[in-house]
Ligand binder design. Structure first.
Ligand code: ADP
Ligand code: MG
Length: 378
């Protein structure tokens, strides 16, 4: 596609991935999460192209692009285009100021690895076009319209966390987000002498076609059972462990386990936020291990590769805790590792993982970073 040659951008936007320290699958149950943006990100280069409705988009990583007309936006057969088309569809509902543009997308974010490249893709486009055409859309609306885009065009019934973290994070902080009220607190985080190390299992998942929507439905089934005794329970966020015990006989073992995980995971998020504020890193690590056990045994969204990594880490005093992050079935595993042992630990786990699965894992450090930002403006 010719437009990417000699491309001179008017605007460059950086759209980060995110990690969630704890609070998995709690967002769509309107509970708590504790995410932050990371330095790995997608870069969007934009320019207006003097056309009223013709747009060109190109993903350098995929080496493929597509054209579209703003007058005839509809879902595509090509999966990745839908993240962007869905955002354009939402923007067009809010404004008539959008015009033709060209956009090049360059990503340093592993795809389908639990770092939410999908939210980075949606929010980066929305944020950039908002700026380029001065649309006057708030950051909160960018978060919400991006989530809606993923529901309607991609078909993943995701919660609000990924988009929220990608846009709203602040450097050096984690976001304690209440997904029911959208109230959020920026918590300063400093875990020295430990570091947050992500180990990518290199086993990928496809949320749209996998178990994600099934889990969401199972949670909704759980809510309906709670409501027989407790009509005030509108989502699993409102349920407690004692309500669960009182409703247990009405539930299948599977629904019981899903509910137990979500209710305890919400408690773990609040406990982790407190532990970080009190600099209780031992407790932070312990909560991560507990979360992973729930992810694996109760919510059943782990996989042998992630379980292996988490179990392996338990032999090392230099690792405080570990858990699989993201929707599940692989992706990255977060480890809290003492800075003096990072290199040694990565060498050991790489060797063990290779010999068990014949896969060369990727390791990288993550630091709490800023949400979507402009890095160049003409
Ligand atoms: P995650 O959000 O955890 O990375 P998802 O399955 O939710 O995983 O989203 C990944 C999808 O997002 C990819 O399959 C692709 O459709 C789209 N995507 C992400 N990054 C890019 C990119 N740089 N170029 C094109 N599409 C991308
Ligand atoms: Mg995603």
């Amino acid at each position: 596609m010719l437009f990417i040659e000699n491309f001179t951008p008017e605007l460059i936007v950086e759209s980060p991935g995110r990690i969630n320290l704890i609070g998995e699958h709690t967002d769509y149950n309107l509970g708590y999460v504790l995410p932050t943006a990371i330095e790995k990100r997608i870069t969007f280069k934009f320019r207006k192209n003097n056309s009223s409705t013709q747009c060109n988009l190109y993903s350098l990583g995929y080496n493929v692009g597509f054209k579209l007309d703003l007058n005839t936006i509809s879902r595509s057969e090509v999966e990745w285009e839908n993240y962007l088309l869905g955002v354009l569809n939402e923007l067009l509902k809010r404004t008539d100021k959008l015009r033709g543009f060209d956009c090049i997308i360059e990503s340093k974010l592993p795809i389908g690895s639990g770092l939410s490249s999908s939210a980075a893709l949606e929010c980066g486009l929305a944020f950039g076009l908002n700026k380029l055409f001065d649309l006057g859309i708030s950051n909160m609306d960018i978060v919400q319209l991006s989530q809606t885009a993923e529901h309607t065009y991609v078909g993943t019934q995701c919660g609000i966390m990924d988009q929220f973290a990608s846009v709203m994070s602040q450097k050096g902080h984690v976001l304690l987000l209440d997904c029911k009220t959208l109230k959020h607190t920026q918590i300063p985080i400093s875990i020295a002498p430990y570091k947050m190390i992500m180990l990518n299992t290199k086993v990928s998942h496809n949320l749209a076609s996998s178990e994600y929507n099934t889990r969401k439905k199972e949670c909704e089934d759980g809510v309906r059972i709670f409501q027989k005794k407790y009509p005030e329970v509108m989502s699993l966020r409102d349920a407690t462990l004692s309500m669960l015990e009182a409703s247990a006989t009405e539930m299948s073992k599977t629904i019981y386990n899903r509910c137990l995980f979500i209710i305890s995971e919400n408690e773990r998020v609040l406990a982790t936020a407190k532990a970080l504020q009190e600099n209780n890193l031992e407790l932070f690590g312990k909560l991560l291990y507990e979360a992973h056990q729930g992810i694996s045994e109760l919510y059943e969204v782990s996989c042998p590769e992630s379980d292996f990594m988490v179990d392996f880490s338990k032999q090392y005093d230099s690792v405080l805790g570990a858990r699989q992050v993201g929707g599940g079935f692989g992706g990255c595993v977060l480890h809290i590792v003492h800075e003096d042992d990072v290199d040694h630990y990565i060498t050991e786990v790489t060797k063990a993982y290779k010999s068990r699965f014949n896969i060369a894992l990727d390791a990288f450090e993550v630091r709490p970073s800023s949400g979507t930002y402009i890095s160049f403006e003409e």
